[in-house]
Write a protein that binds this ligand. Structure first.
Ligand code: INI
Length: 164
């Protein structure tokens, strides 16, 4: 490595050629999750991903997302996975188990397969907070995750081209 220059690697936000994207969404709290799916699709398409390169898979709840993400990531057929869901706190500790497993599981899938799994599972105290992040006043987490997925695929290709 040269000591004269700092090398900076970044991923662009343009659709990576030939890359397929898998959206894995929970059906639980679908009032909130459906707009996340729409936000993710809209952003992928606006950035140049062909509709035919987008796969949507639905699981019962956020707890089930990691196993579906694992299957798709390990298939070798998708460049990135976008996990979407909404875990909303209730009166019992259930929230912590579901949210914790979803986050840990998705992270493990990404590190074990090398396929980016971006985490668009809202974890909120109230349904209002979730709605705010599903296309209303606090943006759309699905759209944010679609951008992160494109960036990660491009970053992976850039690093690969540079021999890392
Ligand atoms: N699943 C969610 O996606 N969000 C929630 O808020 C939620 N709560 O609150 O219970 C939830 N539970 C279901 C869970 O993900 C599993 O589907 C279920 O436990 C079966 O394994």
């Amino acid at each position: 490595m040269s000591d004269s220059e700092i090398q900076v690697f970044e991923g662009t936000l343009t659709a990576p050629q030939g890359a397929a994207f898998a959206i894995v969404a929970a059906r639980f709290n679908e009032l909130v999750v459906d707009p996340l799916i729409e936000g993710a699709i809209d952003t992928l398409v606006r950035h140049g991903v062909p509709r035919g390169s987008i796969l949507v898979t639905k699981a019962p709840g956020a707890y089930e997302l990691p196993v579906v993400c694992q299957r798709l990531a390990a298939s070798g057929k998708v460049a990135a996975v976008i996990a979407l869901g909404a875990v909303i706190r209730g009166a019992t500790p259930h929230f912590d188990y579901v949210a914790g497993e979803a986050a840990k599981g998705c992270g493990t899938v990404a590190t074990s397969t090398g396929v980016p799994v971006v985490f668009g599972v809202l974890t909120t105290d109230t349904i209002e907070q979730a709605v705010e992040r599903a296309g209303t006043k606090a943006g759309n987490k699905g759209a944010d995750c679609a951008l992160a997925a494109i960036e990660m695929v491009n970053l992976g290709r850039t690093l690969g081209d540079a021999g890392y």
